[in-house]
Write a protein that binds this ligand. Structure first.
Ligand code: ADP
Ligand code: ZN
Length: 433
């Protein structure tokens, strides 16, 4: 497999060179937030931290975390490390608290993040000859605009399609010969189903080569399903507004974990309960420190995303560590009859079963009842009840084996459940508990 690099010098730095670079940048960031952000100055003082005592990278552990809640202290401008005149863009993310998180970018931040995207696109085999249809939501959400700038930096032709209007999406793909798409996995499943339904042949009528899918957790099974339906390579892209949007970590052509750009972030994996680092390879919460962001640097930011890190070197030649696909968001976990469940566990089971179509929904109601509504292939509704019941039992048993709870499974026709064009809302909790 031929490997090309956008910034080979940085992408191939030896691990020890990377650590030296990280430490140098960390010291600068700490000095800046101490001088320029009263919130951090107070926080560091309160924790009794003397910056001159930070002598190695591992001293980072001594510093306090920044939480999602902290983003609302002195809201909205309180965490700025630059005067407003240096700030050129605002993005927000929905968050869970009601008030949107406000994330600011300087010019430097915009182009630094664009470079991370450009590196990632090259890493998956894209070049300036590719045509990217960007079907994420343009606007306050980072997903579309940040990818847009990165793809332009690489020199791709970008079609700023935005999400939705699936007929038009497919028309654009056909007219302009789109080779790459960027969208959420849930929308990709839907688009793939519509393409199939129209009898269009991937590879012939639609010339997609790669799909960049992110913004929400998904499983290997879903990846495989989309790859088969669209005859594309699916690459997982991870990011969050607080860290500049997409481009934080991205899969290379080997698709075994996502390289996290360590010249731009310091990654730690911690036990969310104790705040202590987990053992290498263990699952925990990803904590990130920004090394390049100038408008709004964040120290030890708790992402609430669960993953684990890889130690082994990657055959692609990049030295930056890899993280596993996000196992779940701490915010998404729900509890049924005392058992912790992530929607992604259910998705992985469903997408691995033949006959299951692209959409599903989890409904929690009554005292502690769990209903899983699953769209299945249309030909199952041909009147052969036995076959339908067999499929329902298979789904129920396989779910029970994985989540330890026996859900009530309802099979519905394709197109019944709400389609999401952006991030999917999989769980509806109407419990009276
Ligand atoms: P929010 O969804 O909290 O409003 P963002 O729009 O910034 O905020 O989305 C960032 C979050 O989306 C991440 O923290 C993570 O939970 C999720 N996410 C983004 N990319 C991926 C991915 N490739 N896999 C799993 N989850 C992802
Ligand atoms: Zn790699």
């Amino acid at each position: 497999m031929e490997t090309r690099f956008f910034n080979p010098k940085i992408e191939k730095l030896s691990p020890s060179e990377l650590r030296v670079l990280q430490f140098k940048k960390l010291k600068t960031v700490l000095r800046r937030v101490y001088q320029k952000v009263p919130f951090y100055r107070e926080k560091l003082k309160e924790a009794g931290i003397n910056l001159s005592k930070i002598k190695t990278l591992s001293d980072l552990k001594e510093l306090p975390f920044t939480t999602k809640e902290d983003l609302f202290v002195d809201y909205p401008f309180g965490l700025l490390a630059e005067p407003l005149e240096k700030v050129v863009r605002l993005h927000t993310s929905s968050g869970t608290t009601g008030k949107p998180k406000a994330i600011f970018f300087s010019k430097k931040d915009i182009w630094a993040q664009a470079e991370l995207i450009a590196r990632a696109l090259v890493m998956t085999g894209s070049t300036s000859q590719d045509i990217l249809q960007n079907s994420m939501t343009y606007g306050l959400f980072t997903g579309a605009l940040v990818m847009h700038y990165g793809a332009e930096l690489l020199g791709m032709l970008v079609i700023p399609a935005g999400p939705g209007n699936t007929e038009r999406q497919i028309e654009l793909m056909r007219t302009f010969g789109t080779t790459c798409v960027h969208m959420t996995p849930s929308y990709a499943l839907y688009v793939a189903t519509v393409i199939q339904g129209k009898g269009l042949k991937p590879g012939v009528d639609i010339k997609l080569k790669r799909a960049y899918l992110g913004a929400e957790p998904y499983s290997e099974e879903t990846r495989r399903k989309i790859e088969e339906m669209l005859k594309v390579d699916v690459y997982n892209c991870y990011g969050l507004s607080e860290m500049g949007g997409p481009g934080v970590a991205f899969e290379c052509q080997f698709k075994k974990g996502l390289h996290l750009w360590e010249d731009a972030f310091i990654a730690e994996i911690i036990d969310p309960k104790t705040g202590m680092p987990v053992k290498p390879g263990e699952v925990g919460e990803l904590v990130l420190t920004t090394l390049n962001r100038t408008a709004m640097p964040l120290i030890r930011y708790r992402t609430r995303d669960l993953t684990y890190a890889f130690e082994e070197p990657c055959p692609c030649g990049r030295t930056h560590i890899k993280i596993a696909r996000i196992i779940g968001r701490a915010d998404d976990m729900f509890i049924v009859r005392g058992v912790n469940i992530f929607p992604q566990q259910i998705e992985a089971v469903l997408m691995g079963i033949k006959g299951v179509a692209q959409n599903y929904q989890i409904i929690l109601e009554g005292l502690d009842e769990m209903i899983v509504k699953v769209e299945i292939d249309r030909d199952f509704f041909d009147g052969r009840i036995e076959r339908l019941l067999k499929l329902r039992d298979e789904i129920t048993e396989k779910l029970k084996a994985v989540i330890q709870v026996r859900p009530k499974v309802e099979l519905v026709e394709p197109g019944t459940l709400p389609v999401s064009e952006g991030k999917a809302k999989r769980v509806i909790d109407r419990r009276t508990l």
